[in-house]
Design a protein around this ligand. Structure first.
Ligand code: ASP
Length: 326
């Protein structure tokens, strides 16, 4: 009897360990959507963007290749983009009307629908890690401003002097806008970074991090730290990260609506993303979205002239694009 129990235990352990890791994973990233035209970007700048997107993807790839989980990949991939001045997140974030950098980020775990977010923080070096801390080490989903900073500090995250986030390019961009030397463009409203992952255990996660919109006022918060608007993940359907004019994404409950269309209407991830982008266009909004489903199908849709985007899969298939079409 004892022997039979042992054999059964062994059998289930083997079946279980096989079910646990498929070896198949997919990582998808975006670095913002907007009026991104080849004629406006120098070859050096384009190469810099491509190199940074590639670096981010490979950081995630090495985590997942070594058996890491989706949340670690999302967090570390986003670190690469937050630490780069090329993107409107972390270092490189845009300035508010009053000349500050106020950062928002969120993360969601598709296996248990747990989620965390921070909004309007000024001194946390990597807001995506603070969002993960909120998810894993607090009883809340979203913390804001100085409270979020105190929490992050208490948990040992890196706090920086707000001047760390200063970049000349973003400062000039704010000043030109404020001195009416130019009209606001889509690019003032976009530039967020995001990552969605299917790991080899079949789990999905999504994360988004941003500086929001240039010249934003009154503590404005966009969609990026709002679960269901800028970020969503559910193992039943997909993981989603958005970039675009946040007010529209909030009103559409954009990310959650993509998941809902898959769950209730049996749409594919691409059909759901396309239909959501159409809703965005009909409402007058602009932007883009990345998503991956539980089978590793990828969707990257946008209604702007470009979106920094890419993916990598466990089978070595990889892709990086910037413009509409290439
Ligand atoms: N969605 C962000 C916001 O509205 C901006 C962006 O995606 O670039 O704050």
């Amino acid at each position: 009897m004892k022997q039979l129990a042992l054999i059964l235990l062994l059998f289930f352990a083997i079946v279980n360990s096989q079910a646990q890791s498929t070896g198949n994973y997919t990582i998808v990233i975006h670095g913002g959507a907007g009026t991104i035209l080849k004629k406006n970007i120098s070859p050096e700048k384009e190469a810099a963007y491509r190199a940074k997107l590639t670096e981010a993807l490979y950081v995630g790839d090495s985590i997942l290749k070594n058996g890491g989980i989706c949340l670690d990949a999302v967090e570390q991939v986003i670190h690469v983009m937050e630490d780069s001045p090329l993107f409107n997140a972390g270092k490189g974030a845009v300035f508010t009307h009053d000349g500050h950098n106020e950062l928002d980020a969120s993360i969601m775990n598709g296996s248990d629908l747990n989620a965390g977010a921070v909004a309007g923080v000024r001194d946390i070096r990597n807001p995506i890690s603070a969002a993960r801390m909120v998810m894993e080490k607090s009883e809340h989903v979203m913390l804001s401003g100085t409270g979020a900073s105190s929490f992050a500090k208490e948990k040992g995250l890196e706090i920086v002097d707000p001047s760390y986030f200063y970049t000349q390019k973003r400062w000039e961009s704010l000043k030109k806008l404020q001195n009416k030397k130019r009209k606001p463009t889509q690019n003032d409203k976009h530039g967020t970074v995001g990552c969605v992952v299917l790991d080899s255990y079949g789990n999905l996660a999504a994360g988004t991090s941003t500086g929001g919109m240039t010249d934003k006022k009154y503590g404005r918060i966009g969609d990026s730290p709002i679960i269901g608007a800028g970020t969503y993940a559910n193992n039943k359907t997909c993981a989603v990260s958005c970039t675009g004019h946040g007010e529209y994404y909030i009103r559409l409950a954009f990310a959650r609506d993509i998941s809902a269309q898959m769950e209730y209407l049996n749409k594919t991830v691409t059909e759901a993303c396309e239909s959501e982008i159409k809703k965005l266009t009909d409402l007058g909004g602009t932007g883009g979205v990345i998503a991956v489903d539980k089978k590793g199908n990828v969707s990257m849709e946008f209604n702007t002239r470009g979106m920094y985007r890419g993916y990598i899969k466990s089978n070595g298939d990889s892709y990086i694009r910037i413009y509409d079409g290439n």
